[in-house]
Design a protein around this ligand. Structure first.
Ligand code: FES
Ligand code: FE
Length: 451
């Protein structure tokens, strides 16, 4: 598949894009090489590997990795495949280890990835085992952003901070709101969905459009009838249609916000517990982050860090990765985030609300899963796949904002962030390397923005 063919898959100027994006095995193989082996990918939260020897297993594309806290406090990651016959070295999701021993022939690796021992080494290798060359394959770049740990295989990619770019301003609203930082409350929960990874990722990048329809029943249960009503055009409080923000930043990241106060909290069994904590802490947030972001704090929002790390950071506190497991299958890994300094009863309320809404069997999780699954399935049809889909909402709208970084659209419903996602995807898929990438937004409607 050459650059011209990839160039024909997405037309950012009109919003039309090919249905092949969602099922084509050739595109998928190229994505593993050009998207996942080049981008910064989320691995874990520092709180889950706090002590020496603590580890988490993770995926980078379809490459299994092992993320390990070192004895000097640093974090390293290695390909989770034994150097002898390639067996999965560590089968556990997480734990604390002094060494990692393969269950096939018993080769044993130290925390730093070096090959420490092989059974019967003297007798069977007789001094010919090149141990120094047989350490685990390292992930060459590891970096953290305010507790979130990322890895990158590409030495030419920008630093993590540059990669995240102006999106850090929005991320800080949640990661840096109060002193002491954040933690993940255990996890992850994992399950598989027969869908292409890009569909849920672009949904979280900025699909405010589906909220009132897809989630109508769940939101009605959760007293969000103002949202449902607004989508049906019969509400005074047209929160979703006219309120909030929709933001695209360079490198394909997206963020949107319903600026309506304690939204997700309406879905808690005990909303007063979370609301009280937010009210108590809002002055502190204002002091740290300023008026505008203190206003954001407490309002429902969603974001996607390209390619596939998504969050509903406020209220529902859900963080997730859409790991690709083939052109039409993903493994979803989900964690709940809390602030370290929160009292135990607030953390318990978050954990409970998260399970109820965006846990594997959550009220809202299933709504989204059904859509992305059937979108993938329908786009496979022989005749169907020869016709494009349309992602052209708010073409030529959105632009620079006096206060807010990125390309900003007033109102949560737009498809600027989605076009930014697919536009950057297209750039990565066609560029020979990072130095050839134009960091400017590719969407014509973003022209003039400060993304
Ligand atoms: Fe791991 Fe043989 S495959 S020791
Ligand atoms: Fe949804």
């Amino acid at each position: 598949m050459d650059a011209r063919e990839i160039g024909g898959l997405v037309d950012s100027a009109t919003g039309y894009q090919s249905r092949r994006l969602y099922h084509d095995p050739e595109i998928y193989q190229l994505e593993l090489q050009r998207v996942f082996a080049r981008s910064w990918l989320f691995l874990t939260h520092e709180s889950l590997i706090a002590g020496a020897g603590d580890f988490q297993t993770a995926l980078m594309g379809e490459d299994r990795v092992l993320v390990v806290r070192q004895t000097d406090g640093s974090i390293r990651a290695f390909i989770n495949s034994c150097q002898h016959r390639g067996n999965v070295l560590c089968h556990a999701d997480s734990g604390t280890a002094r060494a990692f021993t393969c269950n096939y022939h018993g080769w044993s690796y130290a925390l730093d990835g070096s090959l420490a021992a092989a059974p019967l080494e003297a007798e069977v290798y007789r001094g010919q085992l090149p141990k120094a060359q047989l350490g685990l394959i390292p992930v060459p770049r590891i970096a953290s952003y305010k507790g979130l740990v990322f890895g990158c295989f590409d030495q030419t990619a920008p630093s993590l901070t540059d990669y995240l770019g102006p999106m850090t301003w929005y991320l800080d609203t949640y990661l840096d709101a109060v002193p002491g930082g954040t933690e993940f409350l255990g996890g992850p929960m994992k399950y598989r969905v027969p869908c292409n990874w890009k569909l849920p990722a672009e949904n979280f990048a900025g699909d405010g459009y589906h909220v009132g329809w897809t989630h109508a029943a769940a939101l009605a249960i959760g007293a969000r009838d103002n949202v449902v009503g607004s989508m049906r055009g019969n509400s005074e409080q047209n929160v979703v249609a006219t309120g909030g923000l929709h933001v695209a930043t360079r490198h394909g990241h997206g963020f949107s916000l319903l600026e309506d106060g304690y939204s997700g909290i309406a879905l808690y069994d005990q909303p007063e517990v979370m609301a009280a904590w937010l009210t108590e802490n809002r002055p502190l947030v204002r002091e740290r982050l300023g008026d505008r972001r203190a206003q954001f704090f407490g309002s429902h929002c969603n974001l996607n860090l390209f390619p596939h790390f998504s969050a509903l950071p406020m209220g529902l506190n859900s963080f997730r990765v859409w790991h690709p497991r083939g052109p039409d299958e993903i493994e979803v890994w989900i964690w709940a985030l809390a602030y370290r300094q929160m009292p135990a009863e607030v953390k318990a309320a978050i954990r409970h609300a998260h399970m109820k809404t965006f846990g594997i069997a959550g009220l809202l999780e299933g709504d989204d899963t059904e859509n992305v699954q059937y979108a993938t399935d329908a786009c496979r049809g022989y005749v169907t796949r020869s016709h494009p889909v349309y992602c052209g909402m708010a073409l030529s709208r959105g632009g620079p904002h006096p206060e807010l970084p990125g390309t900003v659209h007033e109102g949560a419903i737009a498809e600027i962030a989605q076009r930014n996602f697919y536009g950057f995807w297209q750039q990565l898929m066609t560029a020979s390397d990072w130095s050839a990438l134009d960091a400017a937004p590719v969407d014509a409607s973003l022209a003039g923005g400060n993304a």
